[in-house]
Design a protein around this ligand. Sequence first.
Ligand SMILES: Nc1ncnc2c1ncn2[C@@H]1O[C@H](COP(=O)(O)OP(=O)(O)OP(=O)(O)O)[C@@H](O)[C@H]1O
Length: 150
Amino acid sequence: MDRRSSGITPRDLECMLCDETAEPKTLPLSLLEEITGDFSDEQEIGRGGFAVVYKGKLENRTVAVKRMSNTYMYEKEFQREVECLMMVKHKNVVRFLGYCADTQGSMEKYDGKFVMADVQQRLLCFEYLPKGSLHEYITGRIMYYVLVLF
Ligand SMILES: Nc1ncnc2c1ncn2[C@@H]1O[C@H](COP(=O)(O)OP(=O)(O)OP(=O)(O)O)[C@@H](O)[C@H]1O
């Protein structure tokens, strides 16, 4: 795992996609913000129990960026997920490209006083699978047969 993240560009990420042997990397928040249009609604793909998933647009390719919600509650789950993903490499498992664990201090007003708060961002980056979720695929198929039969 390469711990140097600051210099990674969208082009580097694109090169990783082409190189099957490239290891997952730590990715800078600024890169993930850039390719998701600052996590814009237009680039949202879907939502799960713990995260929102966005399209990350590179020059010629697309990746999926999973942004965890309630990061304080699910820190252990995030660490466990990264740990597992780093160990798995299989043709039937979506390819893991890297993660971002960013914490920044921000002055916030609390109880009438300014306090320094930690703002956490926890993200995972995967190869993009263009055919939608299994649920959509199955229900789409069922709807298709219902429409054809009746
Ligand atoms: N690599 C990917 N490529 C394309 N779409 C994806 C990718 N990963 C997730 N998605 C989309 O985003 C949705 C949410 O994914 P997410 O992994 O957060 O949750 P989930 O697997 O559906 O449920 P859970 O919260 O139980 O993990 C998925 O249903 C899918 O439509």
